[in-house]
Design a binder for this molecule. Sequence first.
Ligand code: LMR
Length: 342
Amino acid sequence: MSLPIHPPILRRGLLVLAASMALASSALAQAPIIIKFSHVVAVDTPKGKAAEFFAKRAAELTKGRVKVEVYPNSQLYKDKEEMEALQLGSVQMLAPSLSKFAPLGVKEFEVFDLPFIFDDYNDLHKVTQGPVGQSLLKKLESRGITGLAYWDNGFKVMSANRPLKAVEDYKGLKMRIQSSKVLDAEMRALGALPQVLAFSETYQALQTGVVDGTENPPSNLYTQKMHEVQKHLSVTNHGYLGYAVVVNKKFWDGLPADIRTALSKAMVDSTKVANDVAFQDNKEALEKVKASGKTTIYTPSMAERFLLKKALVPVHKQMASRIGEEVLQAIYKETNFDPSKL
Ligand code: LMR
């Protein structure tokens, strides 16, 4: 037999229930969506500054409904671990360098590592801001990753404790590289001995002599203080280092549509900032290295750079079957690169 409930008590109970449900749902509505954005470089780098800008812009455009937490300097994860963390959903966003995607099985990304494939940022942007770049980002989907944008860093310089003028000067040097088979082939083509190391371990490896030298855009070299442990730097601009900004696909697809739209807009704005900062910072970093007086900066003559190019362009053919002939030819077409015309 059920007990009769007195109507005023019932009404009060329902009111309390409704009020607490309203409270709970407004608390839910107010709790921001957290995006953990992990990266391996310093805060005052092009990527570091662009990530901070994205956090600010995302908060503005979503009116605080999204909070981007930026973790710089390999604070959370080193190179290899950050990819795993993204796939597992422990972080939601990364911007690894393009050289770091091949270990996921997307070897086509190593096309960006080919020496001398881009003459300048103009050439590069034809790819990163065009259909070839977009189709490369699409290849990440099968790995549970959505590519949102490309962010520039810059063209690389070589450094070591001996002058690097002629091709022969690289012979026998242990050179730190990122985890890319193309970069491995590049160093071997110069007679150097490539060694893959996480970015966070590079300064110490140079300091202790585990490796003799490395390649970097100036902004990375300077902000990691590598110039303090490298006596010579050669402005070879022989290759490019840039980033793909990526998110965990499941997380991204699960966001409310209006939030995704706002974040996409924030990404467009941040990409512009990233690219402007990269251009400026790399110029300034070289000047700062020079001003430090710790590293001698050498700019190869046209003839020396041509010889370096001649030694390195065969890497394209050597790596074509790994990268995929199709993507290689698509980039040659965009940039009018003809390896036979050397
Ligand atoms: C490196 O490992 O040298 C770079 O990928 C670091 C970075 O993210 O710029």
